[in-house]
Design a protein. Structure first.
Lengths: 413, 81
């Protein structure tokens, strides 16, 4: 018997704001978080725009020594976790510690640290390597530090499934609670990969937008003139609890995990198969896990990266799964506003689904000025829409052929 | 700035501690909240600034601020800035 799992706390730092309220306000207003890159000198780069955090003060969350020794992705994860725990009003005492776990995913881990330390070695030799390099580079150290800080001693893991990492974290954390292996989980994703290697690497793959002169218009999912995604950074973390645990302490409940699906394309390292059948199977798996039918889904927060291939293929997969209902349900890509937060994307997009259910507001797809004829669904163009919904699906697909889909529903006893 | 003042300035910066905490007898680990990795990093910084190389077996003897000063002086390091 699977136990019911609810979400009771939210935390995020995104290009739209350094908190949930600021971020959600940006989403509702259809604001873009994309601007010129400030994190390194990008003069020679083809792409010079990204979704960076703005005015984020790390010393609100860590001391000065830690600012130096921890890669930004770890600090972002600590920030979102602290916000989520505070939002949930959850303190992890001795009684809960061993029944509380952490899964924070990251697509790339401490890439900025890796680049910096490689330069130190190249210039000064191996003795110039910092002792903090390795524990700053390892992707699971975000989860590690969140565990150390919060005192959570239960299951710990780190999903490294590229752009699906945040979704896999929350999905797997839900299963850990559903299976009775923990009562609470701190789960989400973090990435801080606005770095020379990441930007040049995605440029080499022809995967990211080069609309440098119009940063706010650069991320244009489902638009005819889209030219790739925009790299973003940040973190999203949610607090998951078994229903009895949440009820017992009178926690506010944002929603319930209805279903989770996870499939592999077994096809190509970066391209989806025809019709994105892996994604379609994944949506079907999540719907099956939820014990629902496709007609029960009201809103999809799409992967919607704004690459040529993703948006057309994802649209096709949605049509395969939903048939006629694909014409009535709402689909939007919040990446049009946040950019693509890589390993954090699935986590912040799960949060947007929960906010959409809770507030009765569908996030828009901004910059959808010239709809691609191959992308012909209701993408909630330009402006957020007021609509009461009961269920929301979050799609994420990653390099390596990973697909991960979560379904959230309004909580009802 | 004397050698002692410079060493303490580096320690304040690296370990995020106050001037008051930095007595000559202060132990890095017991009094200044450093862990073994902090200590490695601190020594690397000292090597860089004072242009010395501290061998690993000598590293073990460096426990307090006084130990660092004694070590640097024994290597003939002088500082006037």
């Amino acid at each position: 018997m699977k136990r019911r799992v609810v979400i009771t706390g939210l935390g995020a730092a995104t290009p739209l704001g350094n908190s949930i309220s600021e971020t959600w306000e940006g989403i509702c207003r259809g604001k873009s978080g994309i601007a010129g890159i400030t994190k390194f000198d990008c003069t020679l780069f083809e792409t010079r725009i990204a979704g960076e955090l703005k005015g984020f003060d790390p010393t609100r969350y860590v001391n000065r020594k830690e600012v130096r020794r921890l890669d930004d992705f770890i600090i972002y994860a600590l920030a979102a976790s602290e916000m989520a725990l505070a939002d949930a009003g959850l303190t992890i005492g001795a009684a809960e510690a061993e029944r509380t776990g952490v899964i924070i995913g990251s697509a790339i881990g401490g890439l900025a640290t890796m680049e910096k330390e490689k330069e130190a070695i190249s210039l000064g030799g191996p003795r110039k390597m910092s002792p903090f390099a390795i524990p700053s580079v390892l992707a699971n150290l975000a989860a590690g530090h969140v565990s150390i800080r919060s005192g959570a001693k239960g299951p710990i893991n780190c999903s490294v499934t590229a752009c699906a990492s945040g979704t896999c974290s929350i999905g797997d954390a839900g299963r850990i609670i559903a299976g009775g292996h923990a009562d609470c989980m701190i789960a989400g994703g973090a990435d801080a990969a606005v770095t020379p290697m990441c930007v040049a690497g995605f440029n080499a793959m022809r995967a990211i937008s080069k609309r440098n002169d119009e940063p706010e218009k650069a991320s244009r999912p489902f638009d005819r003139d889209r030219d790739g995604f925009v790299i973003g950074e940040g973190s999203g973390v949610v607090i998951l609890e078994s229903l009895p645990h949440a009820m017992e302490r009178g926690a506010r409940i944002y929603g319930e995990i209805a279903g989770y699906g996870n499939t592999s394309d077994a096809f190509h390292m970066a391209a989806p198969p025809d019709g994105h059948e892996g994604a379609a199977r994944c949506m079907q798996a999540a719907i099956g896990d939820a014990g629902m039918t496709a007609a029960g889904i009201d809103y999809i927060n799409a992967h919607g990266t704004a690459t040529q291939m993703n948006d057309a293929f994802e649209t096709e997969a949605i049509k395969t799964v939903f048939g006629q209902h694909a014409r009535t349900l709402a689909v939007s890509s919040t990446k049009s506003m946040t950019g693509h937060l890589l390993g954090a994307a699935g986590a912040v997009e799960a949060i947007f689904c929960l906010k959409a259910i809770g507030e009765g507001v569908l996030p828009p797809t901004i910059n959808l000025d010239y709809p691609d004829p191959d992308c012909d669904l209701d993408y909630v163009p330009h402006r957020a829409r007021k609509r009461a919904i009961r269920t929301a699906m979050s799609n994420t697909f990653g390099f390596g052929g990973v697909n991960a889909v979560l379904i959230f529903k309004k909580f009802e006893e | 700035m004397t050698l002692e003042e410079k060493v303490i300035a580096v320690i304040i910066e690296q370990l995020d501690v106050t001037r008051e905490e930095c007595s000559i007898e202060a132990s890095f680990i017991d009094d200044l909240g450093a862990d073994s990795l902090d200590l490695v990093e601190l020594i690397m910084e000292m090597e860089e600034i004072f242009n010395v190389q501290i061998a690993d077996n000598e590293l073990e003897k460096i426990r307090t601020i006084g130990n660092v000063l004694d070590y640097l002086k024994s290597k003939g390091v002088v500082w006037n800035e």
